[in-house]
Design a protein around this ligand. Structure first.
Ligand code: NAP
Length: 399
């Protein structure tokens, strides 16, 4: 059916490439392009020989002109951006210049400010509409599947959803004293930032990790959860009818938090450049260089993730509670695609989102968040491509 240009060759990209190859009726041809060509070639070597044809290319996605040249050469129908959030705008500019659809999994963040907001990407709405191309923002798990779950709950079960609690639990153990499950720089920027949630239409800001609860997750058990700021709060607040409160919670072990605190206290998580032996370095980027590569955690990580949303609202005048979640096993993911579950739960929805646009199911000129589309075909695809969902109408609530 079509051709996809995949930008990035890290943990998430590896899963996207596997999943595109499993869906070769839609992805007839892919090009894996990233900063380090050898990583693209390694992915190609692992997967070529099937029905999806694979090419590779070197590209610095910070440079729109390089991206435009690559797009003109490969002529994809869609670009799947699984590089870093810093590259979102240069890649969107290249898609605009060449008239190609766009999908990503994380919203734009300037390198020098640890703050993620949709305003930069939403500013492209009119340009994409006029160009007749689609940008699908945030097609990972969270954001991504959490938005699809919200649209599904709204469409099938509620007249109004009043509260959403997004719960992201990782009970995986990789055996290292400290490592992050996706890009360490992006992960640590997210966790050390101030928390926030939406209450009665207003943002409420908290100190980093200030609010803690304990939650008993299906198939995982009791975990400490901490309230974080997260990008889908911003779009769900606009797109879900009647919403009064949205919060995002993530599990962290005491061991992870103790290491992070020490690193923070000694200045290793700073994003401000310092002089080191005549060279400017960013402490957090140096820390990333010495931490285990998330793409290497696959064979070591044991345990499960559970990510989902608890919805509270009304149907026919009566209160209703509904919990939708997915449980994913790190080792099963590794056996299937050679990655741990965090990369897997992001890469599968990225491929599905791209296939929704490519097959025309979600083709609509403009820039959209995932919950703005019909959730049903995406929910079916989650069951078919390795992220089956489960539901409960009497879940434990977060107080
Ligand atoms: N929505 C979700 O649920 C979710 C969850 C997890 C992650 N994510 C997002 O997924 C994305 C990928 O995460 P990951 O864990 O796969 O990260 P990763 O392992 O660090 O991979 C990032 C890849 O992007 C490449 N890259 C970085 N800068 C580039 C540039 N200027 N030009 C070309 N390529 C560049 C890197 O190249 P090198 O190999 O040369 O460094 C690397 O291959 C991130 O945006 C992350 O925020 C989303």
């Amino acid at each position: 059916m079509g051709k996809a240009l995949i930008i990035g060759a890290g943990g998430v990209a590896g899963v996207v490439v596997h999943k595109c190859c499993q869906n070769s009726d839609v992805f007839e041809e892919i090009c894996i392009a990233s900063r380090t060509l050898s990583k693209c070639d390694a992915l190609k070597a692992k997967l070529e020989g099937g029905r999806t044809k694979i090419q590779t290319a070197q590209v610095n996605a910070d440079h729109t002109d390089e991206l435009i040249a690559l797009i003109r050469k490969f002529r994809p129908d869609i670009v799947i951006n699984v590089a870093l959030p810093y590259q979102d705008l240069t890649i969107m500019d290249a898609c605009l210049a060449t008239g190609v659809d766009y999908v990503d999994t994380a919203n734009y963040e300037p390198v020098d400010t640890a703050k993620f907001e949709y305003k930069w990407q939403w500013a492209y709405r009119e340009k994409f509409r006029q160009a007749g191309i689609t940008a699908l923002l945030g097609s990972g798990f969270d954001p991504g599947v959490t938005g699809v779950f919200s649209a599904y709950a709204q469409k099938h079960y509620f007249d109004e959803i009043r509260c959403i609690d997004i719960l992201d639990a990782n009970a995986g153990d990789h055996g290292y004293p400290f490592a992050t499950n996706f890009n360490p720089e992006i992960n640590i920027r997210e966790v050390t930032a101030k928390g926030s949630y939406i209450e009665n239409g207003k943002w409420v800001e908290t100190e980093p990790l200030e609010i803690k609860r304990v939650y008993n997750f299906p198939q995982i058990g009791q975990k400490d959860i901490y309230l974080l700021h997260h990008e889908e709060l911003e779009s769900l607040a606009l797109n879900i009818r009647g919403i009064k409160r949205i919060r995002f919670w993530m599990t962290f072990s005491q061991n992870y938090l103790t290491h992070l605190k020490v690193l923070e206290d000694v200045g290793m998580t700073s994003i401000h450049p310092i002089d080191f032996e005549g060279k400017q370095i960013v402490p957090l980027q140096f820390l990333k260089a010495v931490l285990p590569d998330p793409a290497s955690l696959g064979p070591r990580t044991k345990g499960k993730t559970n990510i989902g949303c608890i919805f509270q609202g009304v149907k026919d005048g009566k209160p209703l509670t509904y919990y939708l979640y997915n449980v994913c096993d790190h080792q099963e993911c590794y056996r299937e695609v050679g990655s741990q579950a965090i990369s897997y739960t992001t890469g599968v929805p990225a491929m599905i989102g791209a296939s929704m646009v490519l097959t025309g199911k979600w083709k609509k000129p403009g820039v959209y968040n995932i919950e703005e589309f019909d959730p049903d075909p995406f929910m079916d695809a989650l069951n078919r491509f390795g992220l089956p969902w489960q539901e409960s109408f009497s879940p434990e609530l977060v107080d």
